[in-house]
Write a protein that binds this ligand. Structure first.
Ligand SMILES: Cc1cc2nc3c(=O)[nH]c(=O)nc-3n(C[C@H](O)[C@H](O)[C@H](O)COP(=O)(O)OP(=O)(O)OC[C@H]3O[C@@H](n4cnc5c(N)ncnc54)[C@H](O)[C@@H]3O)c2cc1C
Length: 524
């Protein structure tokens, strides 16, 4: 039996979701990409040169399009590889984080962890365009799986339940309560009697209610939440309905957050991933600009004057310091790092660079000896969510049904949980991931574990954070200053976009930055 208080809580939650969605739309997070094709960079002055700082996707796209237009381009990159946050860790790779801890990755051949980006929405048209142009094979990323688990320490006695069960019960109960509100004439001011009839019919169909507008254990609700005994053949073929959970538990589980998450425009299906790991995109971009890149080049100073731009960089292997000069510069270095690089940019731009904090996140890959989530739990890709620090585990979308190992994402932590995990040694992080992830697969999780790797983004030397975190205030005060062409220098990267923390944002920012820099060059 549902109470009035439960009704109010549920409606409040629905309101909260709507408000959140509206806020996200205002911030631009839920809108379509603005991609309109490659920019027109015709008329470049012969011999005009551009230094691009950083070979993430933003830097490499700038270099690719500018050199196609006739500019003489050179890229300076701190690491010994291109791609930046677009990166996959494979068996044999070594990674050293800030603080000095080094991990040697031990994943089996063909398996990997994507420490950064891992999914591509179908409407990120810039990225999809260049993936096709540069020959990156894409496959579906299984984003939404009704069979994944949801776990909240405050609900269902701390036991995980299937997403489908909790989501069906949330919708069923909300439908029943709304039906009651209609019958009690609470909505008479808003609805005509014809509206009320139509809405009741909709609620019955959407919420799987019976003829009396009740959400109950029966074969109708079982069509959404699943069965105690599924339909079969022969003598025992008749299905047996399952029992809905108490609504109090359903609300406490915060399943609505997961439901709202899947409704977020950026998170909607269809999503994609490159075959062989996200790093394939960085590699494909790098093939287009490889002759332009100087690796192991740590930019330490950016200076511009009437004559041009001078960039000082140190060779990370030898320590030797060199100066490179050009007419123009596209700086695609993340803001936290750029803020520490000596420069003579305009004071307002410097303030903007310093004003934007970065989020943190931690990802942990765990290789399991067998794909028990498939064989034992019938989970093929998708996520299981938890209120613990690891936030979720995500099941691999490749090598489905194979015998042998699989690498699952054992954590995608953010906020306080990410800082707690980042404060641990890599070994302690794996231990925490195993302890917390065991809630979903008790008995098998630890037993099948073979090897793991983790990346805490606050400890990544070349970003010192996950992504730029703008808010309404910083957008208002600093965004236009940040993106403005400052004489000969323009900034590009996900931080210079309204599609923050998406590769699409890095690419859109890059195309916009070089279009304006080109215009500036033509006017010179
Ligand atoms: C955990 C996580 C999850 C994400 N998930 C997704 C996702 O699912 N889908 C998606 O589309 N996006 C996702 N993103 C966001 C995406 O990774 C970024 O938006 C994008 O890769 C940023 O590209 P960029 O070119 O702006 O910066 P970067 O890729 O960071 O490139 C910057 C480059 O500058 C170099 N550099 C730094 N300092 C110096 C220096 N001093 N001198 C020279 N070079 C320097 C760096 O080495 C790097 O190569 C995620 C990011 C993270 C961290």
């Amino acid at each position: 039996m549902t109470t009035r208080r439960q009704l109010l809580t549920a409606i409040g939650m629905m309101g909260g979701t709507a408000a959140l969605y509206q806020a996200m739309t205002t911030m631009g997070h839920a809108s379509e990409t603005q991609y309109k094709g490659a920019p027109d960079l015709s008329g470049a002055r012969s011999g005009a040169s551009v230094l691009v700082l950083g070979s993430g996707l933003a830097g490499m796209l700038a270099a690719y399009e500018l050199s196609k237009a006739g500019y003489k381009v050179r890229i300076l990159e701190y690491q010994n590889r291109a791609g930046g946050r677009n990166w996959s860790l494979y068996g044999g790779d070594t990674y050293t984080e800030l603080g000095g801890a080094t991990q040697k990755v031990g994943f089996a051949q063909g398996h990997y962890l994507n420490p950064g980006p891992w999914r591509i929405p179908h409407h990120h048209r810039t990225l999809l365009h260049y993936c096709k142009a540069f020959g990156v094979a894409l496959e579906p990323f299984i984003q939404f799986n009704h069979s994944g688990y949801v776990h909240n320490a405050d609900a269902f006695g701390g036991k995980p339940v299937r997403y489908r069960e909790a989501a069906a019960d949330f919708e069923g109960n909300v439908a029943e309560l709304l039906g009651k509100a209609i019958d009690q004439k609470a909505l008479d001011a808003q609805l005509t009697s014809e509206d009320k009839d139509k809405l009741k019919e909709a609620l019955r169909g959407w919420g799987m209610l019976d003829q009396d507008m009740k959400y109950k254990a029966n074969l109708f609700s079982a069509e959404h939440r699943g069965y105690d005994r599924p339909p079969g053949g022969g003598v025992d073929g008749a299905p047996i309905a399952s029992q809905p959970f108490p609504f109090r538990d359903v609300v406490s589980s915060q399943i609505w957050k997961n439901m709202a998450f899947f409704m977020n425009h950026e998170m909607q299906t269809t999503m994609f991933q490159p075959v062989g790991g996200m790093g394939m995109i960085g590699k494909a971009f790098a093939r287009q600009v490889q002759t332009m890149i100087t690796f192991n080049a740590k930019v330490t100073k950016i200076h511009q004057d009437k004559a041009g731009v001078t960039v000082t960089y140190a060779d990370t292997a030898s320590g030797s310091v060199t100066e490179a000069t050009s007419d123009y510069c596209v700086c695609a270095i993340p803001l936290g790092v750029l803020n520490q690089i000596e420069n003579n940019l305009a004071p307002a731009k410097k303030s903007a660079i310093a004003a934007v904090p970065y989020s943190n996140s931690v990802k942990i890959g765990l290789q399991m000896a067998r794909r028990f989530w498939e064989t034992d739990d019938y989970i093929y890709g998708g996520h299981s969510f938890t209120s613990q620090d690891i936030a979720l585990i995500s099941y691999p979308n490749y090598h489905l049904f194979e015998d042998g190992p699989g690498v699952l994402l054992g954590a995608f932590a953010s906020g306080a949980g990410a800082y707690r995990l980042a404060g641990m040694t890599p070994e302690q992080r794996i231990e925490a991931a195993l302890a917390q992830g065991s809630v979903f697969h008790p008995g098998t999780y630890r037993k099948e574990f073979q090897t793991g790797a983790s990346v805490a983004w606050s400890r990544v030397p070349w970003t010192m954070g996950c992504c730029a975190r703008w808010n309404e205030e910083t957008r208002k005060t600093h965004y236009q200053e940040l993106v403005k062409v400052d004489d000969r220098v323009v900034l590009a990267g996900e931080h210079a976009s309204y599609v923050g923390c998406w590769m699409e944002g890095a690419l859109l920012s890059s195309l916009d930055a070089i279009s304006r820099l080109h215009k500036r060059a033509l006017e010179a």
